[in-house]
Design a protein around this ligand. Structure first.
Ligand code: SF4
Ligand code: SF4
Ligand code: SF4
Length: 169
């Protein structure tokens, strides 16, 4: 599973960076947005089934991911219950193309030591590089990041936003 995510990441990292701000985050393995809006019946099955409770009814009651509630474990239970096929997983398809953006609100940019996001990141995609005479700040390896969202909710100052990347497949 993780190698699928990383291979797919490599492809879009060659093409682009973050997409538009405030873009809606659909559940993992969602079909393209237009098809998703056509297929999703807003039945709420994915919302009810997610063990992490990170899927919420969003605009128009269409399901959206809220990483402030927790992280995605990629269990795919939401996909399994989606009968209309708005969430659809093939053998090598990546769940999504997401990565964190870290704002200037980060404590490291304000001369305070904090490594909370790095401690939460299971794939070790966040590194803290030493800065001469300063505080180490978090650097994200977008290729290693799975977009799980564990870092977003953990940040004590809401400096992290998980966002879609442009050029995603
Ligand atoms: S893959 Fe699992 S944890 Fe992630 S959104 Fe779906 S049900 Fe929730
Ligand atoms: S958890 Fe938040 S404040 Fe702490 S280093 Fe990470 S981004 Fe900065
Ligand atoms: S979303 Fe955050 S915690 Fe998850 S893999 Fe990426 S950097 Fe690590």
């Amino acid at each position: 599973m993780r190698s699928d995510i990383i291979n797919s990441k490599r492809r879009w990292l060659l093409r682009g960076r973050f997409g538009a701000e405030h873009e809606t985050l659909r559940p993992p393995w969602a079909v393209t947005e237009d098809n998703f809006l056509d297929l999703c019946t807003r039945c709420g099955d994915c919302i009810r089934t997610c063990p992490e409770q990170i899927i919420k009814p969003g605009s128009g009651r269409f399901p959206e991911i809220d990483f402030n509630q927790g992280e995605c474990t990629f269990c795919a239970e939401c996909v399994d219950v989606c009968e209309p096929g708005a969430l659809l997983r093939s053998a090598d398809s990546a769940p999504w193309q997401l990565a964190p953006e870290i704002s200037q609100r980060c404590l490291a940019h304000n001369r305070t030591v904090c490594r909370t996001c790095g401690e939460q990141c299971e794939p070790e995609a966040i590194a803290f590089r030493p800065v001469l005479g300063g505080i180490s700040s978090p650097q994200v390896d977008e290729q290693a990041c799975t977009g799980c969202g564990a870092c977003q909710g953990a940040c004590p100052v809401n400096a992290i936003a998980i966002r879609p990347m442009t050029g995603a497949e």
